[in-house]
Design a protein around this ligand. Structure first.
Ligand code: HAM
Length: 425
């Protein structure tokens, strides 16, 4: 029988790679805490209707990318979450029926599932880091979440990112614009590709962000959504841009930016990386005030948030050499057993050292001393501690520094102190 392979579009992460994840996750946790965001965890699957209503039934995600299944013949359809925003809002509404605290700042690092065609930077299971600010979506709140996202990128040292931003106005603005856009596109209908022709009927705004160069050519002359937005919405957007400029966050107003999820209104944004090729969006987000009512809330919960693809962030950082300083930690000490009859003794020593906070490895496979030394070097252990009949009889153990080859003889009680001292140097 052929060996099993991981499912297409999924990836295994081994220890050499996990150090990169831990490093990025550490930065995320420290920057989010500077901004007062706390972690939220929601279930990996939800009722399918949550995404149909929340993300929108004409979007690519709901139309063709969800992993949905029936848990039992009479059950309600369930979907592996393709994004976090709808689930976080569902959890918020469920957990805070009376409203409670006016502003909630939540962040997540979570696995998501989309049935997309796998390619570089696009997987069927992937991970997002994201933040959702619920209860307020003022220009200051919008800039708070953008600043948080940019500070994570800055702290990690990412270069060459571009922040594209646009205003999608309110629902009336978009309805008006949709008709203007259809009128503009009508004479070009036969020149559009199949996907865009389909969108012409269902969701013509999505034609604006087509990746097809021929379609891009057509939409360059299209009327601008920003010109259809009422004065109040326009003034709010200008305040967002003003705050960004004030914070020295560079941006480009991009009239073609519309985003692929229906819950957005007013400010929407995306960050692209020049290192990513076709899948160049590293993160995106915006305001989504309408989502709460779409999910059944009697009152509107203003909200704004973003999500960043962790894998795309890692690809960008690899290309920019930003992991060079990361090296996996070897154990502080490797216990080298000179006589396999003393295994229980070595285990007791290992236990004692670990309880005093020393990273300790032992041989679990009764290997030769030579093989144990090779293993200690492979693991980049700092010290070798030799355990043989003589040591046990005398109570004095040889501790060898594997970098300098210096050796000392010590009682068991003295060993933790020496190792702690050396780890400070
Ligand atoms: P999104 O633009 O669909 O937004 O996804 C955000 C990011 O997730 C993308 O920019 C990309 O880096 C990453 N991503 C998406 N699909 C894949 C994939 N198949 N493989 C690898 N990475 C992927 C959202 O999901 C919104 N929920 C963001 C948001 C939060 N809006 C408001 N709050």
């Amino acid at each position: 029988m052929a060996q099993f392979q991981a499912v297409k579009g999924t990836k295994d992460i081994f220890p050499e790679e996990i150090v990169k994840w831990h490093y990025i996750e550490g930065v995320i946790r420290s920057v989010t805490s500077l901004y007062g965001f706390s972690e939220v965890r929601t279930p990996a699957f939800e009722y399918t209707e949550l995404f149909q209503r929340g993300i929108g039934s004409t979007t690519d995600i709901v139309g063709k990318e969800m992993f949905s299944f029936l848990p039992d013949p009479n059950g309600r359809s369930i979907t592996l979450r393709p994004e976090m925003t709808a689930g976080v809002m569902r959890a918020f509404l469920q957990g805070n029926p009376g409203g409670g605290v006016p502003v909630h700042k939540l962040y997540y690092i979570s696995d998501l599932f989309r049935k997309e065609r796998p390619q570089a930077g696009r997987q069927r299971q992937f991970t997002q880091f994201g933040a959702e600010l619920l209860g307020v979506s003022s220009p200051a709140a919008v800039v708070e979440v953008i600043s948080l996202m940019m500070q994570v990128f800055d702290t990690l040292g990412l270069q060459g990112l571009r922040l594209r931003i646009n205003s999608l106005g309110d629902i009336e603005d978009r309805m008006r614009y949709r008709e203007e856009l259809r009128t503009y596109l009508e004479p070009f209908r036969d020149d559009l590709d199949e996907a865009s022709r389909e969108r012409f009927e269902k969701n013509p705004l999505r034609i604006l962000d087509s990746k097809n160069p021929a379609v891009q050519q057509i939409v360059t002359g299209a009327p601008k959504l920003l010109d259809c937005i009422k004065a109040e919405g326009r003034a709010e957007f200008d305040r967002v841009l003003g705050y960004l400029a004030d914070r020295n966050i560079a941006y480009e107003v991009d009239h073609l930016l519309v985003r692929g999820l229906d819950y957005y209104g007013h400010t929407a944004f995306e960050v692209v990386s020049s290192e990513l090729g076709a899948q160049d969006a590293i993160g995106g987000g915006g305001r989504y005030d309408a989502l709460s009512k779409e999910l059944g809330s009697s009152s509107e919960i203003p909200a704004v948030g973003f999500a960043v693809g962790m894998e795309r962030m890692i690809i960008t950082m690899e290309k920019q050499g930003l992991f060079a300083a990361l090296s996996p930690h070897g154990p502080q000490v490797f216990i080298v057993l000179q006589d396999s009859g003393l295994e229980d003794h070595a285990m007791r020593i290992a236990d004692r050292l670990r309880r005093s906070g020393i990273m300790t490895e032992t041989d679990l496979a009764a290997r030769s001393m030579k093989a144990q030394m090779r293993e200690a070097n492979r693991l980049q252990a700092g010290f070798a501690l030799f355990v043989g009949q003589d040591e046990v009889a005398s109570g004095s153990y040889t501790l060898r520094n594997l970098r300098t080859s210096e050796q000392v003889s010590l009682s068991l009680d003295a060993i933790p102190g020496v190792l702690h001292e050396s780890s400070k140097q």
